[in-house]
Ligand binder design. Structure first.
Ligand SMILES: Nc1ncnc2c1ncn2[C@@H]1O[C@H](COP(=O)(O)OP(=O)(O)OP(=O)(O)O)[C@@H](O)[C@H]1O
Length: 258
């Protein structure tokens, strides 16, 4: 169980999150939506101990502040937008690093055959074998995103935080990633993900949280909280009208117009 009470974050000269209260049960999935700059990434960063915060964050009844850095890395993994620090490593090396927290637990400080087999399995699932020896600096945006997603999976944490996991991915990989995340859910992992694409967010989870200007505007089941007026208020645009226009195009395809 992840419990957040009166969480506030201030960057120099700017309060970014204010009085966030939230509980996410073990094995639950939660989609976070909200306009640019509303504090979504900052919320994920505070849950992974990367920013200073006021208030309290508890994981399994223990304050995040009481975890040692490496202990927290074993429990919480963040797939973030900022991944440039690994650029001189190969795909395979990066994925092996994802296993680091697991290897620490074993008596041997080297990867066991079982661990290497897991890396190979995840590489295969995410179509990464053909680029296993390439440096990260030479990959496309979508390949990179898959590498970092694979690395997050290999960390095998209790809580997975995904910041726009569908970024750079074509439709095939977006759906593959959703499938993978669902498998995680079935294994009792808590997954919290930030989305800009509302459709993808809804495919990911019926539980949603809407942030605006650093505050929780609403939280609950999508069917209960999303309305035309509410979405207009969140995004300052008629989201429903846009969705219906899109739908007409697909309906036309289905009905053999093209
Ligand atoms: N390291 C930082 N130092 C100072 N201000 C920051 C920092 N990171 C983010 N901010 C500011 O905090 C606010 C919230 O940023 P955050 O990245 O959390 O929003 P977001 O909802 O994830 O945005 P987006 O949808 O554009 O990714 C923004 O005004 C941003 O400029």
């Amino acid at each position: 169980m992840l419990e957040i009470r009166k969480l506030s974050v201030t960057y120099p000269g700017q309060q970014v999150l204010t009085d966030i209260n939230l509980s996410v049960g073990t094995g639950q999935r939660l989609a976070i939506l909200g306009p640019n700059g509303s504090g979504k990434s900052t919320l994920l960063k505070s849950l992974s101990g990367l920013v200073e915060y006021r208030g309290e964050i508890k994981l399994s009844n223990r304050s995040l502040r009481d975890f040692k850095r490496i202990e927290l890395a074993e429990k919480v993994a963040l797939l973030s937008q900022n991944t440039s620090m690994y650029f001189s490593y190969s795909v395979y090396e990066t994925l092996m690093m994802g296993l680091y927290t697991q290897l620490r637990k074993s008596f041997m400080a080297v990867a066991r055959a079982k661990d290497k087999a897991r890396v190979l399995q995840v590489m295969e699932a995410l179509d990464l074998e053909n680029i296993r020896d390439q440096e990260l600096s030479k990959l496309s945006g979508g390949q990179l995103q898959r590498v970092f997603f694979a690395r997050t999976l290999l960390q095998n944490p209790e809580v997975i935080l995904l910041d726009e996991p569908n970024n750079h991915l074509d439709i095939h990989y977006q759906l593959e990633m959703l499938r993978y995340i669902k498998e995680y859910f079935e294994q009792g992992k808590t997954v919290i993900a930030v989305f800009h694409d509302i459709d993808l967010a809804l495919s990911f989870s019926e539980n949603i949280l809407i942030l605006k200007e650093g505050k929780i505007l609403s939280q609950g089941k999508a069917k209960e909280i999303l309305s035309r007026e509410f979405l207009k208020q969140v995004y300052q645009t008629d989201v429903l009208d846009y969705m219906l226009q899109k739908h007409k195009f697909w309906k036309g395809l289905e009905e053999g117009e093209r």
